[in-house]
Design a protein. Structure first.
Length: 309
């Protein structure tokens, strides 16, 4: 292959425009926010860059740390649920007939074609007090009462079901936030898992089954270790956007279900404290970089172990 410097004009004509775009609309604004994180709020809208660390010190306030911890917990639970659901789904797509694989993958990616706000409001319509879930449960409750009363067991119906159906409070709590995060980020888990499982040598699975291992044991002892790089990638790709999610906890969560992205948004809009919001944003980014660094370290160690073996 010829070295790139023999085609410098083509290289520069192709590379310079996206580089300028990246610098102007990504790196420059990001650098500006980083500078703001070392500033102080002056008046209503003013920012004085004093290179102080007070904003980062404020970030370690117990209330902020509690919200950080809760954000990590909610994102971790949602990511784990995505893994539990996504692994069988990815396996199902891998072993589906070739004529169905494209349609199944399209079904996984189809939610990306719809605006997140619309999808979230659709979920609210399902979970609200007079939503589809409660309507269904209310209908089942009425059908069960009618069936028991038909056989003269009205007293049993009253004892078991109570006087009347009570709608479940499915919205504005942590469970609703977790469900929303799973609903939004599940495709981020399925796609890398599918890519990893599709490359597996199926003879290992056949050998495991032929030697007497059950399906669950084969899944745990054979599939999971071989697909571990894809699983780790899926965990990171799912966890990072879930941790920084703003819309889902804002619309589905209650006052006690705020995540760190909600607090950041309030600093930039309601409180108009851009320096503190910038510091919180970069702390979240540092956590992201840490997760990526751990992923790179694990990949390097795995590669080193493989070479050593």
């Amino acid at each position: 292959m010829d070295p790139w410097h023999k085609f410098r004009r083509i290289f520069y004509s192709v590379g310079i425009p996206p580089t300028i775009w990246l610098i102007a609309f990504f790196l420059a604004p990001l650098g500006l926010i980083w500078i703001f994180s070392f500033g102080e709020k002056v008046g209503v809208v003013g920012i004085d860059i004093t290179w102080t660390l007070d904003n980062y010190v404020r970030s370690f306030n117990p209330d902020i740390l509690t919200i950080f911890a809760k954000s990590l917990w909610l994102a971790a639970v949602a990511t784990f649920i995505c893994l539990v659901i996504g692994l069988p789904v990815a396996l199902g797509i891998v072993y589906a007939p070739n004529k169905w694989k494209g349609l199944l993958l399209l079904g996984i990616m189809l939610p990306f074609w719809t605006n997140l706000l619309i999808r979230t409001y659709a979920l609210i319509a399902v979970l609200r007090t007079r939503g589809y879930v409660n309507f269904t449960l209310e209908w089942l409750d009425g059908a069960a009462r009618w069936f028991l009363e038909l056989f003269g067991m009205g007293g049993i119906a009253l004892a078991i079901l109570g006087e009347r159906f009570q709608a479940l409070e499915l919205l504005y709590n942590d469970n609703a936030v977790i469900l929303g995060l799973v609903y939004v980020h599940l495709p981020f888990m399925v796609l890398p898992l599918y890519a990893a499982l599709e490359r597996l040598d199926r003879s290992y699975l056949e050998a495991s089954l032929d030697l007497g291992a059950g399906h669950l044991r084969t899944l745990w002892n054979v599939v999971v270790p071989l697909a571990l790089p894809g699983i780790i990638s899926g965990l990171i790709i799912t966890f990072i956007p879930a941790l920084g999610s703003f819309l889902t906890p804002d619309l589905l969560g209650g006052p006690d279900s705020a995540m760190i992205a909600t607090i950041i948004e309030r600093q930039f809009k309601s409180a108009n404290d851009w320096p503190f919001g910038s510091a919180l944003s970069f702390l979240l980014m540092y956590i992201t970089f840490g997760a990526l660094a751990i992923r790179a370290l694990m990949a390097r160690r795995r590669g080193g172990d493989g070479m050593g073996g």
